[in-house]
Design a protein around this ligand. Structure first.
Ligand SMILES: Cc1cc2nc3c(=O)[nH]c(=O)nc-3n(C[C@H](O)[C@H](O)[C@H](O)COP(=O)(O)OP(=O)(O)OC[C@H]3O[C@@H](n4cnc5c(N)ncnc54)[C@H](O)[C@@H]3O)c2cc1C
Length: 403
């Protein structure tokens, strides 16, 4: 059996100011009547024979779900295939972690757009940006909000966000098992059997939080979508969501390596502007990157126009290229596609096809613009899934404090 650990190697966490720090090992005990194997039938230190909740994947969504489960007294175990939790989280915002955007929920939902607007409404209303901020504030991470609403740790270190999450798992005695690649899930006699490379466990509920398929070296390789398919779900095909455009253009050759802090990018179809956005534009040897290009690629990734014009403003001029390619899926910051939203109940994040199965984060067909939207969606869907599992287990709704 692999080592079960609540934390990974890291420098010591800076001690937050007095008053903001939660007491360690508060001794919040699991509810004695939680309906699972009685403690007497367990070896000390071992999880119950049938877990109330197995959380598959310890990225942004899985870690947050584990923390909220622990804080609500819901016994849960996280399984993570990498030797470290939150590999992608540590890369976010160029290592600074833009964890959310301090804007009204209605605006955030409108910016997600499409089917995501209504699907994410229950989750984001229950865990809006200000609640995410309050949660991290309570867990010893001072935050700062930029003029445009983007929220970062004041330290500008994504590690502070990851430490707060992993420390909360430890403080709530929520086990996380690293190097534990899940190979598959089966449902038998109302229980899930979760098979890893080296051991199996049974769980009453399973939360799939294995992410999308971008940056696969961070561990997100699309396994959760395959398990969902095996349990009856379909799959919306993957397309790059936030990614650079690849093309040849004399202006690019002249300006490679230059960053334009704020410029306008448009997508035109048959001459009509169908998308316009502002932001940073990075001129690269192969084309255009940066937030302004990424957000435009989200439009073309979602709408899949056969032909379009990419237009950008620079040096008082307008430049255009016709139907540029994009960088590959594996370089996509957010991936379009995954488990279809109409197969998941937006009020609970539970599968409409397989009882006891829940989803959170990018494994779903959810992708937002740059600016903290994707982590906001991961945190909010995780919180809603945990609350739903807890209610299904007849637990006390202690999460009201959290949500
Ligand atoms: C470079 C980069 C920068 C970004 N910056 C931002 C930003 O600043 N703000 C923002 O909002 N969003 C940002 N994003 C997007 C954001 O990181 C993702 O949307 C978010 O991490 C999704 O969270 P998740 O938990 O769903 O998936 P992930 O964070 O991808 O986590 C999934 C986890 O599941 C594990 N897993 C997968 N398969 C298995 C298996 N078989 N068994 C066990 N475990 C498994 C993986 O190893 C991984 O740890 C960025 C993305 C990238 C790539």
């Amino acid at each position: 059996m692999p080592h079960i650990s609540g934390f990974w190697d890291r420098p010591p966490k800076p001690v937050p100011p007095r008053g903001e720090r939660k007491p360690r090992n508060t001794g919040r005990s699991r509810p004695p009547d939680s309906g699972f194997s009685p403690p007497s039938s367990r070896k000390p230190g071992m999880p119950p024979a049938v877990l109330p909740l197995a959380i598959l994947g310890a990225g942004a969504a899985g870690l947050f779900a584990g923390c909220l489960a622990g804080e609500a007294g819901l016994p849960a175990l996280l399984l993570e295939r990498k030797s470290r939790a939150g590999c992608k989280l540590l890369m976010t915002g160029n290592g600074r972690c833009n964890l959310t955007k301090e804007i009204p929920v209605a605006q955030m939902l409108a910016d997600f757009g499409g089917a995501m607007e209504s699907f994410l409404a229950p989750a984001l209303n229950a865990m809006p940006p200000r609640s995410v901020m309050a949660w991290f504030g309570r867990h010893g991470v001072p935050l700062k909000t930029m003029g445009d609403g983007r929220v970062f740790p004041a330290s500008e270190k994504a590690t502070d966000i990851a430490h707060a999450l992993v420390d909360t798992l430890r403080d709530t005695a929520t086990p996380i098992c690293l190097n534990a690649e899940v190979l598959g899930i089966r449902k038998e006699n109302g229980l899930f059997s979760v098979q890893t490379r080296t051991f199996a466990l049974q769980a009453k509920s399973v939360l799939i939080a294995t992410g999308g398929v971008g940056y696969p070296k961070t561990g997100s390789v699309g396994d959760g979508q395959k398990w969902a398919q095996a349990l009856g779900h379909t799959l919306v095909p993957y397309r790059p969501g936030l990614v650079g455009f690849v093309f040849e253009h004399p202006w690019i050759h002249r300006n490679a390596g230059r960053t334009l802090p704020r410029t306008t990018v448009r997508i035109r179809i048959d001459g009509r502007a169908v998308y316009e956005g502002d932001g940073q534009l990075d001129c690269l040897s192969w084309g255009l990157g940066g937030a302004a290009a990424y957000n435009a690629s989200r439009y073309t990734g979602r709408e899949c126009p056969r032909a379009f014009t990419l237009e950008w403003e620079a040096d008082g001029q307008t430049f255009r290229v016709e139907t540029p390619k994009t960088r590959p899926l594996k370089e996509s910051i957010a991936v379009i596609g995954g488990v279809p939203l109409d197969e998941v109940d937006p009020q609970t994040m539970s599968s409409r096809l397989c009882e006891g199965l829940y989803f959170a984060g990018e494994v779903l067909d959810i992708d937002g613009p740059t600016g903290g939207y994707n982590l906001s969606a991961a945190f909010a869907t995780a919180a809603l899934a945990v609350r739903s599992v807890q209610r299904g287990n007849g637990g006390r709704d202690e999460q009201r404090e959290v949500l």
